[in-house]
Design a protein around this ligand. Sequence first.
Ligand code: SF4
Length: 308
Amino acid sequence: MNEVHARHVSEVVNIREAKTHTRERRNDTVTSATSARKPKPRPRPKKRRFSDPAASYAKRLERYRPGLVTFTLDRLGERYGRPTWERRLDPTSELILTILTQNSADTNAEVAFEALRRFYPSDRPAEAHKPGSGWGGIGLSEAPPPDWQRVEFAPLPELTDVIRPGGLANQKAPRLQSTLRTVREGRGDYSLEFLGDMTALEARAWLTRIDGIGNKTASVLLLFCFGLPLLPIDRHVDRVLRRVGVLPPKASLEQAHDLVLSLFEPDLMYEAHVNLIQHGRKVCHAQRPEHEICPLRERCRFVDPKAP
Ligand code: SF4
């Protein structure tokens, strides 16, 4: 019986061992199959470089329409001359004058500015504003700038009446006061001379934080008062650049202000601004542009959509 029992036990042990081996083999098989199916680790995606869209656009334009910007500037320079930069007014006067020109003729803005000088005189040194190229007015007389504190604290109906000849006085009077208030609260006085120590983009960012001051107004001030390399895009500049094809048709005005910074050399911004305004006023009118006398005609996409 003992012998029988011992044999039985030995058989059971053998069977168990056999089962264990089988299971291990199966596991091995499964493991090797799994490892065979395991996907190879993918190579890490290369880090995407977020390039400057303005620089990319400038490169693309140069690849597909080589020399277009230089052509435009050279042709306009031959026609209108090469204006050189000179300061027109102190930056606070320039800012207020620029606000007065918004949606108004330059001559009307000048009348409103002269009225500010008369009603709120200051004892600061006189300054003149000569009508440089690109400016559509007749220039300002030589007189001290207005007393900005008196302008800021003037009763609103009074200030509105003073600047009424400039147009849109109901909108502009409160804007003048809020602009002066923001400058005084931010800096302690009305001087904007500190902007000349900043980079062009820092100074533009500081100014555009003021309610109602966009890239155009800020760029006008910084270009004309400090010669900082910015190209203000008013309606004339915008029209000519889009028609020729230097600016893409769908770019917003704010985008256009950044695109031009990569398209034009910093030391040519002033010349570009002044001559593009002249061209928009004298030849490339919004209605009935005079293509036949235009020096840009051979490369203008408005005239020939396939122009080189
Ligand atoms: S060719 Fe005509 S549309 Fe083109 S820039 Fe000259 S005037 Fe303007």
